[in-house]
Design a protein around this ligand. Structure first.
Ligand SMILES: NC(=O)c1ccc[n+]([C@@H]2O[C@H](COP(=O)([O-])OP(=O)(O)OC[C@H]3O[C@@H](n4cnc5c(N)ncnc54)[C@H](O)[C@@H]3O)[C@@H](O)[C@H]2O)c1
Length: 283
């Protein structure tokens, strides 16, 4: 019996037939989460503002891994759209087992070149950007948890995984984003909204984990460190100096952890935050 005491370790990681909704499914890490689920036999449903991207990745993943997959265009800040996504998933697959709250605005303050980022500084941080970031990263995760999680609780089984960040555990070290030739008040910083969203997601994780503990719904967070995507060398050097393992992450390095957290392999784990950051938060 899958996941029962005595099940083989291999069976505990098996996701055959399990339906997983992934928000931000067309983004850099969303696609990797979807691939990981498909590789273990699950059915990824990629939900993204970018519907074409979500559908194209779903088609590719279905072809490569030989599983069903679906891409859906939706804005997760809109409750009606999230309810519509749930209805489509239930119409098509008759179940939803896994929710990965992955969508967020992840502003890249490490862009190469000297760009004034006056706007990003706390003193000037625009209220509309604050509201937009909170809407996607926190309100979107809340709405998806409320709507999809309630369906899981009704069925008595499900897993929610919130994608937080090492910056959900520590404050950003703004020195890594500094650019030459700019006065202090023009220097880019990682926006305050990012820290608040990521710390908030870890709080949401603990709240939901205890709220639904007796309904068969487990809720955990994963806090990844920064992924190397060709950022400029000075930034990479400064950041890697803060990381005991001495490098940024490869984009594939969170896949096994995602499978662990959404499968029966983590059956005795809820309310936890798994930090995978090359040791950055330990220093
Ligand atoms: N990339 C990293 O280095 C890194 C490190 C730590 C944590 N994270 C976290 O991992 C997650 C994924 O990051 P990423 O680098 O893949 O980001 P990304 O920007 O590549 O992808 C985010 C996706 O979310 C979608 N999205 C935005 N608003 C939406 C909305 N309202 N409704 C539906 N979809 C929406 C975007 O269209 C995009 O496809 C984020 O939560 C991010 O904070 C990333």
């Amino acid at each position: 019996m899958r996941g029962a005491p005595g099940a083989s370790v291999r069976d505990q990681f098996d996701l055959t037939g399990r339906v997983a909704m992934i928000t931000g499914g067309a983004g850099l890490l969303g696609v990797r989460h979807a691939e990981a689920i498909a590789e273990m036999g699950g059915i990824p449903v990629l939900v993204d503002l970018d519907g074409e991207g979500a559908q194209a990745w779903a088609a590719e993943i279905a072809a490569v891994y030989g599983v069903q997959a679906m891409g859906i265009q939706a804005d997760i800040t809109q409750p009606k759209m999230v309810s519509g996504v749930l209805a489509r998933i239930l119409d098509t697959f008759e179940r939803v087992d896994i929710l990965i709250n992955n969508a967020a605005h992840n502003p890249k303050m490490e862009a190469s070149g000297t760009v004034s980022a006056h706007w990003s500084r706390l003193e000037h941080f625009p209220l509309d950007i604050w509201n937009r970031d909170i809407a996607v990263g926190l309100t979107g995760a809340f709405l998806c948890s409320q709507i999809i999680g309630a369906e899981m609780a009704r069925r008595g089984k499900g897993v929610i995984l919130n994608i937080a960040s090492d910056l959900g555990v520590i404050a950003p070290d703004q020195r890594v984003y500094r650019q030459p030739g700019l006065p202090d008040e023009e220097q880019p910083v990682k926006p305050v909204s990012y820290s608040v969203v990521k710390h908030g997601l870890i709080g949401l994780t603990r709240y939901l984990a205890t709220y639904w503990a007796d309904r068969g719904v487990r809720v955990n967070a994963l806090s990844p460190g920064g992924v190397y995507t060709g950022q400029n060398e000075v930034f990479v050097q400064r950041l890697t100096n803060l990381i005991p393992l001495g490098r940024m992450a490869y984009e594939d390095e969170y896949k096994a952890a995602v499978v662990f957290l959404v499968s029966d392999a983590s059956s005795y784990m809820t309310g936890a935050n798994l930090v995978i950051d090359g040791g950055r938060t330990v220093w």
